[in-house]
Design a protein around this ligand. Structure first.
Ligand SMILES: Nc1ncnc2c1ncn2[C@@H]1O[C@H](COP(=O)(O)OP(=O)(O)OP(=O)(O)O)[C@@H](O)[C@H]1O
Length: 521
């Protein structure tokens, strides 16, 4: 090819003739040929570092974000420093030394998060421990890392506006939507990224996680509030079918002392907006939350109509892993019985102490039964959490003192199945009733089932927007499995969406662009 090129330039004929004859000389010709083949070989060689195959135990969600890197370590250090990220608790690469093995590999960068080193998880490890682990390793060292660009992407999401929808919306059933095809439907609990708040009536949003999905119209907060206000009179005049709201009967569950249950705290509706007015639930601003190993667990709150199985499921969860789960020990002013142990069965306290607790809002719920007080206190919740355990609490959903940044509750609502299934599954179940009942412990009656279903509907209508998980308790084994896996996912998952108010409760937060969104508490 080169020879052909030379012949193609006849204007400087003499020089080319000389070169041409030189190249025809066998040795030089061969020399050039091998030179060119070396060039070709070098040019074609793939000098890109090869990444290891993804291990079998890889979690699907991680695929986009996690990278496995393998470096060969000699006597020399790898040439990188690490630190703990104060805000997330993660171990990250702080600095890469120029010319070191890490730098030359081009595979590890400043800001990358270290998840594992040679299969050893970096969670809960101090930088010192990791350094000595690395110092001990020889030969191939494998790192599982989250690249810095992905971390930045996650943190930049914090600057975007995300909301959790607190109602269902189906554009197909909305005759007022300007264009059905341009609207986005959602279910209560879905996380939406708001892309435009410009129009007062129709905002634009897309479902979170559907990176490619188009943004569409959703009803603005104002629009939804107006609609609910128009529907309200009908709801107010809805005839009551049940004789008494069973929800009240079990608002205080500890010893099922029911009828005299009292809320210990102001019964402020959760949906009260920033100005204190009662507003229907619409959207709540949320942000991704990464639980660090030093963070307390979120409080697990179980709610549901009386008799649905809250105590049963709570007990099963506790027994399934007592090292992980715990319940609070209630307080009482009654005398300790012989077989009872203080601080195990109850905290036995004198009357004046209990009343002092009431005055200082120390109780989540309390009640009086046969002249004695019984109550469940915030202190007992704090003790369980300080032990590093997941605290299981059951209460009436109207109690709001734990809906704070401190407890970040994960609310599970237990629903009864359809009445036919209730009849089948509860045939042998024992129902504990109020003291006035002739048989305080008896089997369920048809009326109990109807009441359970009615209460479930009204609870869902009134408090549904704050349920993180809704479970139907038909077959107990299935309900237990679902509850356990929901709680496990909640405690283990890397990212959870929690109300912005829990993270930035300052007035400045309320002034953000979405300040008019309903605060959750
Ligand atoms: N899925 C189920 N199948 C059969 N029996 C069940 C199921 N769930 C609960 N039970 C039984 O129903 C009865 C009432 O359940 P449980 O005491 O847990 O109700 P609860 O929601 O705590 O009610 P309360 O608030 O009145 O105390 C218990 O005997 C329990 O074992």
């Amino acid at each position: 090819m080169l020879m052909a090129e030379l012949e193609a330039h006849p204007d400087q004929e003499e020089d080319y003739r000389f070169l041409h004859s030189m190249l025809r000389e066998k040795k030089i010709h061969l020399l050039f040929k091998s030179l060119l083949s070396v060039h070709d070989a070098v040019a074609h060689r793939d000098y890109e570092p090869t990444l290891l195959p993804v291990p079998d135990d890889f979690v699907a969600d991680e695929e986009d974000s996690v990278k496995i890197v393998s470096l060969v370590k000699t006597e020399e250090p790898l040439g990188a420093t690490i630190k703990r990220d104060e805000s997330t608790g993660a171990i990250v690469i702080a600095r890469i030394m120029k010319g070191g093995a890490a730098d030359k590999s081009g595979l590890i960068h400043e800001g990358d998060e270290l998840k594992e080193v040679n299969g050893v998880s970096m969670e809960c490890r101090k930088p010192k421990e990791i350094l000595s682990l690395l110092a001990r390793s020889k030969g191939e060292v494998t790192f599982k890392i989250i690249p810095a660009f992905y971390r930045e992407e996650v943190s930049s999401q914090k600057k975007k506006l995300f909301v959790r929808a607190l109602f269902d919306y189906n554009p197909e059933e909305d005759p007022t939507v300007p264009c059905k095809e341009a609207a986005v439907g959602f279910r209560r609990g879905d996380v939406l990224q708001i892309v435009s708040l410009e129009d007062e009536t129709w905002w634009q949003a897309r479902h979170h996680g559907d990176g490619q999905s188009r943004a569409g119209l959703i009803p603005s907060q104002q629009l939804h509030e107006r609609r609910v206000a128009l529907q309200r009179p009908r709801a107010l005049f809805k005839p009551r079918t049940s004789k008494a709201p069973a929800g009240l009967r079990r608002s205080f569950r500890l010893g099922r002392k029911g009828s005299v249950a009292r809320e210990a705290v102001r019964s402020r509706r959760w949906s009260a907006g920033v100005h204190g007015s009662i507003r229907p639930p619409t959207y709540v601003e949320v942000i991704p939350y990464h639980r660090t190993p030093t963070d307390k667990h979120r409080l697990v709150v179980l709610v549901g109509p009386s008799g649905v199985g809250v105590s049963e499921l709570k007990k099963r969860l506790l027994i399934s892993d007592p090292d992980r789960y715990a319940v609070t020990v209630p307080y009482t002013t009654r005398e300790r019985r012989q077989q009872e142990t203080d601080a195990v069965d109850y905290h036995f306290v004198p009357l004046h102490k209990f009343e002092e607790g009431i005055l200082h809002h120390r109780f989540i719920e309390y009640g009086r039964y046969k002249g004695h007080y019984y109550g469940s206190s915030l202190d007992s919740v704090n003790r369980v959490l300080a032990d590093g355990k997941v605290c299981l609490l059951d209460m009436h959903p109207s109690v709001c003192c734990v809906y704070t940044a401190e407890y970040r509750p994960f609310v599970v609502f237990l629903k009864p199945p359809r009445i036919e299934e209730l009849r089948l599954t509860r045939r042998r179940a024992k129902f504990i009733c109020e003291e006035e009942d002739k048989n305080p412990v008896r089997t369920f009656t048809e009326e109990d089932f109807e009441e359970m279903i009615d209460t479930c509907e009204s609870m869902e209508r009134e408090y549904g927007y704050m349920f993180d998980k809704v479970l139907v308790n038909g077959d107990i084994a299935v309900a237990f499995r679902e509850l356990k896996s929901a709680v496990l996912r909640m405690t283990e998952a890397e990212v959870q969406w929690i109300p912005m108010e829990w993270v930035c409760p300052s007035p400045a937060t309320a002034r953000r662009s979405c300040s008019h969104l309903t605060g959750w508490i």
